[in-house]
Design a protein around this ligand. Structure first.
Ligand code: GLV
Ligand code: MN
Ligand code: MN
Length: 409
């Protein structure tokens, strides 16, 4: 691998320690940084301040995304960045590593004496995880017109606060949300650096610190609502029970079965909400969320159908009803092959695919897009144990600087 001089370890440590206390979740562990909440706003302010210190021009777009420009926005702009929000109880690296790396890569370019011949921007996209409002990559989808702005404004969090109200509370005008073709038109290339969220890099090349992304699996989310009859846990005879938890349990097991039945598939029930949720209460309704991913969108749909069929079978036996709502779905994404090859040659880095979704996947339908992944020894992500070695992050920052230096010429 060829890399420039190591990025300044102390600048990385300082940025990382700035973020370490923001949005800590004492109940779940890790971080809960949700779109437009206090932690998210603190991170946005931190980012704006860091960018301004570097002489970058900071602006909020109409869709809750933050941009910092080195040079006035114009055609052929090179954009890098990631997101600041997290899943509930998430790790430190998913998102922030891409943002911090982008800031430090700008420093590195300056140290190298690079004067960009085209504008360079750092973007922080809103609600990448869908952790608050349920729609992943909300900011990039809004910007690219991949989702209807009215339906987004109406999405709400667990406390029934809508996107529109949450945005208003922190000073954003939700009425202007929607496609931003002028902004999209100036982006020449987008590159997102991210912590790796599995161990494909290790499998591809045990010594590789950085990998280049090739594709993202098709993936989607479904909300399944099972309705039965709320009742007393102690007094309700077996034959009188209409317990929605039984069909809900069938979803959990069917999801696991799907992983073994469909090669390359993953299916997960990571969130379940019994209503009213009392230990001595048979729930009246159970909501659960299903996350299914596979290389093929058709197979993904087949798996969802199989899981829903298992839920309906149990629901019929338990005298419950079932409602299924698709919350999001994206087809497989292949990143720009030419750009990927160029970066993998430049960095002497292996090419790996991603089972995780990213704003880069949304942007890739519109502009040449690439991703860099920094190795994560355990492969754990979306959990407090998510980890990348600081020395590896510095290698990632240098790799990003190499890539940006090439692209801004
Ligand atoms: C986001 O990281 C996702 O893959 O769900
Ligand atoms: Mn991410
Ligand atoms: Mn994530």
């Amino acid at each position: 691998m060829r890399f420039g001089p190591p990025a300044d370890a102390s600048r990385f440590a300082s940025a990382w320690s700035d973020l370490a206390g923001v949005g800590r979740d004492p109940l779940r562990g890790g971080f809960s940084r949700h779109t437009f909440d206090d932690a998210d706003m603190q991170l946005r302010h931190w980012f704006a301040e860091q960018a301004q210190r570097r002489g970058l021009e900071v602006e909020n777009d109409r869709n809750g995304n933050v941009w910092a420009w080195w040079g006035a926005p114009g055609p052929g702009s090179v954009v890098t960045g990631s997101h600041l929000d997290s899943v509930p109880g998430g790790g430190a690296f998913d998102g922030p590593l891409g943002v911090v790396s982008a800031l430090l890569a700008v420093d590195e370019l300056r140290l190298r004496g690079v004067t960009p011949a085209r504008p360079l921007a750092i973007a922080c996209f809103a609600e990448e995880e869908g952790g608050r409002f349920g729609l992943p990559c909300m900011g990039s989808r809004l910007m690219t017109g991949a989702v209807d702005a009215d339906s987004v404004r109406r999405l709400h969090d667990v406390n029934a606060v809508s996107v529109a109200d949450a945005a208003r509370r922190v000073g954003f005008d939700p009425s202007t949300m929607g496609p931003d073709p002028a902004r999209l038109a100036v982006i020449g290339t987008f590159v997102e650096l991210h912590v790796e969220q599995g161990r494909l890099l290790q499998a591809a090349d045990a010594s590789a610190v950085v990998g280049v992304g090739s594709e993202i699996l098709a993936h989607g989310r479904w909300r399944i609502t099972v309705t039965g009859q709320g009742n007393h846990a102690g007094t309700t005879r077996p034959e009188d029970r209409k317990d929605p938890m039984i069909p809900a349990a069938a979803a959990v097991f069917a999801a696991r079965r799907a992983i073994t039945e469909y090669e390359g598939a993953v299916a997960t029930v990571g969130r379940i909400n019994p209503i009213p949720g009392g230990t001595n209460v048979i729930a009246s309704t159970v909501q659960l969320w299903l996350d299914v991913r596979h290389e093929s969108a058709v197979t993904t749909a087949t798996i969802v159908d199989a899981i829903v069929a298992a839920v309906r079978d149990e629901a019929a036996a338990e005298d419950c009803t079932v409602m299924v709502q698709r919350e999001s779905m994206v087809d497989k994404v292949s990143f720009d092959a030419g750009l990927g090859l160029e970066l993998s040659e430049l960095l002497k880095a292996p090419v790996i695919s991603s089972g995780a979704g990213h704003d880069a996947g949304v942007l890739s339908a519109h502009v040449p897009t690439a991703m860099l992944f920094v190795r994560n020894p355990s492969g754990v992500s979306h959990a407090p144990d998510e980890y990348a070695d600081a020395a590896d992050c510095l290698v990632g920052i240098d790799a990003l600087a190499d890539v940006l230096e090439n692209l801004v010429r």
